[in-house]
Write a protein that binds this ligand. Sequence first.
Ligand SMILES: Nc1ncnc2c1ncn2[C@@H]1O[C@H](COP(=O)(O)OP(=O)(O)OP(=O)(O)O)[C@@H](O)[C@H]1O
Ligand SMILES: N[C@@H](Cc1ccc(O)cc1)C(=O)O
Length: 560
Amino acid sequence: MAATASSSSSSLVRAFFLLNRTHKLPLSLPTTTTAIKSHTFSRSISSSSSVHYTNESRSVETSHHRPNVIDILEQRGLIESITSESLRSACSDPAQPPLRVYCGFDPTAESLHLGNLLGLVALSWFLRCGHYPVALVGGATARVGDPSGKSLERPLLDPQSLSANTSSISATITRILGPNVSILNNYDWWKDVKLLDFLRDVGRFARVGTMMAKESVKRRLESSNEGLSYTEFTYQLLQGYDFLHLFKNENVSVQIGGSDQWGNITAGTELIRKILQCDSVYGVTFPLLLKSDGTKFGKSEDGAIWLSPKMLSPYKFFQYFFSVPDADVVRFLKILTFLSMEEIEEVEAGMGREGYVMNSAQRRLAEEVTRFVHGEEGLAEALKATEALRPGAETRLDWKTIEGIAEDVPSCSLPYDQVLSIPLLDLSVSTGLLESKSAARRLLKQGGLYLNNSRVDGDGRKIEAEDIVDGKILLLSAGKKNKMVFGSTSFDGFSLAKSWRNRSVVGASTSQTWTTFEAGGATAACSSETIPFLILLAQNTAIEPIIPASTSKLAIMAAK
Ligand SMILES: Nc1ncnc2c1ncn2[C@@H]1O[C@H](COP(=O)(O)OP(=O)(O)OP(=O)(O)O)[C@@H](O)[C@H]1O
Ligand SMILES: N[C@@H](Cc1ccc(O)cc1)C(=O)O
């Protein structure tokens, strides 16, 4: 059934792609324009955050040729379940106004991550097909914590962190989806809801048997000794009530989310059916994006692919997609980019052709996703950095480019006189880039040792003043992947602290001259003076400096 629907719409889909190149949004072919007055979208980001949008009423196009967004999502592998098949006709029926569709994100971290990107991509598809997306930031729900997919109750977040997270996530959503997406914070309606009113008006309609049967509840009761708190148990009702509220007040009739959200989404459609006796309400889920070990990409997992450039640079973001295995690249192109299916098929066919340049498909994927998330500027930054770090690259290195990526490659800071006139082989060992001088010599003979992207030939090569780019830095590469940046004294304690932090460190506090933070059971301290000084204190008492305390002018970062 899905296949029939998809093929019948494929010519429309193609037309849409052509259009989309020139007129970005929406994808529909407008025929008449009607003002929808009764539904003004209040683009307010909460009392608890500083981002504010003004109310605006929209002019909505009714279209005879609105591409079927559900068919498109399905073709691309972005549909896991739908509450009712009638959504397919509702979303492309020219007699009906465009749909308002929402996806929620709890602000439990400073940034959204790759898993959340699927929701943004799906919202963007709705927008491109002429509908109205709403992104909800769960300022209220994050105070409770969604038990879906969680084996333990989440720690509570303080109001300041919630507010900061709400602002930064909202800014990311606006950056990615543009100003045509409304952002709402559910704290804005929850703060006025009274418990007794809620129990009387909503609780009555929620059946305990149905609530107990939800996957998130069953799984927790079966697998954890601690079970589930009443607070977490009510989470599904909070999300259900959000849908009811948005349906009544904002005319939102579709909720989308990852497949772990099915129970919460259907809690909403059930409440709307029971309380408002309305059936024209829909839930759609997409499959979870999983890592190669089968676990989901998430904010609370290690090694998250963050969407905020403050948490992960566009360069690293680009590199992640540039390195995905061949087996995943076509699937990722379908779910994470807006390339037409024909273009994707073309890329796939190219991968099997003779003369295919390795990683070209990945490069296309990385370019498309980085552009969507970080914009043209972010993509340009990522491409420049990628080129700057490519052994053999012609591009002249400059301090500004390297400074931007120094945090993303293993780096180390040394006083000038410990670099100048030092044999390159010695330097590559003393900094930890290579394990021994014989290994360094072997690599050099094989042509795998590069200084500032140029291949090094003789083993007697010493560092000369002109090798130190802009008098500050040099780049040494071993083989193709292992790179290390050396800084002279211009690497101050602050940038060291920052680069150290980016290597999965949690909790940093800054005092006037010292930054301290904890990493994997250890505390690191770094002075913020210009001459860096870094020591690592093992947890509890024993002091174990990674550099001798006497060499107070030297700072070494974990190299590999
Ligand atoms: N790996 C993923 N693949 C697809 N969707 C995801 C993934 N991770 C989260 N989502 C979706 O993003 C939306 C927001 O989820 P949420 O804010 O709870 O993120 P989360 O990563 O699940 O958080 P946490 O790690 O704290 O559980 C939900 O619709 C959820 O299903
Ligand atoms: N429960 C969702 C976030 C969400 C919150 C409120 C909603 O109304 C909708 C979605 C999640 O944690 O992934």
